[in-house]
Ligand binder design. Structure first.
Ligand code: OAD
Length: 228
């Protein structure tokens, strides 16, 4: 049976109005990674980190999936085989479009207790007084993976990459590992590889096939070709 593994990144949600990280004027041009996306930054100034993620959570809650998210949901329901969606995005737009998704970098909609590791649905606003509903400590953080932390579900993802027949990366710059290394893992497994992006990326050469353009246009076309 055919098995497609699709890795998605911030470029997929760009046309839903959510900024990417590394494009011109992106999130990492406006905020220092060390301040808002590391455990050390959170320890130094939790209020700043909560403000950053509260703003992103509010934006994500307002955002709607675009034609690319919708097309991937259609592929997952209609493809005669297995379609595994792995996302680096924390915005929840795949779920809003009706997809089942593996969140390797966590989710803005979830909270995590640093003391007891309990997870729960985050309130729209979190702050230093947010209590863990399980242990009662005020050590709540957004359930997102920061730099220096290990992404989630890596064993499950490795199993899927080792058994896939097609691997696609959509709207991701290929600058953050381990996700940037997935194409190689899929290649070792003998899978076809395809990159869909607005531009060439640092890892474009690792892919056999390329579709260049905005995700809302090239993803539905690619999905149509797979379902034809
Ligand atoms: P980046 O901001 O690094 O890359 C976004 C990619 O999307 C670029 O390659 C763009 O060319 C492409 N792109 C932009 N607009 C597009 C569009 N309309 N259609 C298609 N492609 C488009 O974002 P990611 O690769 O997702 O991690 O970043 C990976 C990780 O780095 C994130 O998950 C986050 C970040 O730091 C953590 O916070 C741990």
């Amino acid at each position: 049976m055919d098995k497609i593994v699709i890795l998605t990144g911030a470029g997929l949600s760009a046309e839903s109005g959510l900024g990417t990280f590394r494009d011109e004027g992106g999130l990492w041009a406006q905020h220092r990674i060390e301040d808002v996306a590391t455990p050390e930054g959170f320890a130094r100034d939790p209020a700043l980190v909560h403000r950053f993620y509260n703003a992103r959570r509010a934006q994500a809650q307002e955002a709607q999936p675009n034609a690319a998210h919708e097309a991937l949901a259609r592929l997952q329901s209609d493809f005669d085989g297995e379609v595994i969606l792995v996302t680096q995005n924390v915005d929840g737009l795949h779920e809003k479009a009706g997809s089942k998704t593996i969140h390797m970098h966590g989710e803005l909609a979830r909270a995590l207790c640093s003391t007891c590791e309990h997870r729960w649905d985050a309130d729209l606003e979190m702050d230093g007084d947010t209590r863990c509903p399980a242990c009662g400590q005020t050590t709540a953080r957004p359930d997102v993976v920061w730099f220096g932390e290990i992404p989630y579900h890596m064993d499950e993802i490795a199993d899927h990459l080792a058994t896939c027949t097609l691997f696609a990366a959509i709207g991701t710059s290929g600058q953050v590992y381990p996700a940037a290394g997935f194409v190689q893992e899929a290649q070792y497994a003998g899978a076809e590889t395809v990159e869909l992006n607005l531009n060439a990326t640092d890892i474009s050469r690792a892919f056999a096939t390329h579709h260049i353009g905005p995700a809302s246009q090239i993803v539905p076309e690619w999905v149509d070709s797979l379902l034809a």
